[in-house]
Design a protein around this ligand. Structure first.
Ligand code: ADP
Ligand code: MG
Length: 189
């Protein structure tokens, strides 16, 4: 698992019937990986458990099948790595880890608060990949809340400006798959 996926599940394992807000055709067409050729980003938004990571991994697997180098990271792990590199005077070198792969997947933007330095490092990475390095980003927070996520509205706006310039956004509005059986049994609502 060179891409460092947290699990390996493809589009075939995704039950579209459980997530009717999703456009299956859109995902099938993304699986052809033209967005990578065109340097476009895919942003997957939605609450916990709706399949954001699953879909990001599935598209990552398709990219590998098309011969692209892929790296999967969470926002928190990437920021921790870059922060450490900064303190060790190795930032330029470490940024390459995240710029060299043709497709970079950054999962879980918004779960953990990002400090000012972290936001700055995130911005530097986004700037370097801008218009040449396609990314898949996932977040539980709507774009309007990214100011709070990055602790700074100006940096969040600069990040979104670049990310959204060439991007497809997928909004998942369904129930958590993790709670599927509990929802069915009426244990939670
Ligand atoms: P998120 O990243 O949105 O929190 P995940 O992608 O991690 O959610 O999904 C949680 C678990 O449920 C994973 O094991 C995933 O494979 C599974 N899952 C989520 N949605 C679906 C679905 N529609 N069909 C099949 N499995 C799903
Ligand atoms: Mg996830």
């Amino acid at each position: 698992n060179l891409a460092r996926f947290p699990f390996v599940k493809g589009l075939a394992a995704f039950e579209f019937a459980y997530q009717p807000s999703l456009d299956r055709k859109q995902l099938t067409s993304l699986a052809a990986c033209h967005f990578i050729e065109h340097g476009e980003n895919v942003i997957i938004l939605g609450p916990p458990g709706v399949g954001k990571t699953h879909l990001a991994v599935a598209l990552g697997l398709e990219a590998i099948a098309h011969g692209y180098r892929v790296l999967f990271t969470t926002a928190a792990a990437m920021i921790a790595t870059l922060t450490k590199a900064l303190h060790e005077g190795k930032l330029d070198e470490k940024l390459k880890t995240y710029t060299v792969p043709r497709l970079l997947i950054i999962d879980e933007i918004g779960y953990l608060p990002i400090d000012r330095q972290g936001a700055n490092l995130f911005f530097q990475l986004i700037s370097r990949r801008y218009e040449k390095g396609p990314m898949i980003l996932t977040s539980n927070q709507s774009f309007g809340a990214w100011g709070e996520v990055f602790g700074d509205r100006v940096i969040a706006t600069a990040i979104l400006d670049r990310v959204l310039h060439h991007a497809v956004t997928i909004n998942i509005r369904g129930n958590s798959y993790r709670l599927k059986d509990k929802l069915k049994a009426g244990l939670v609502r």
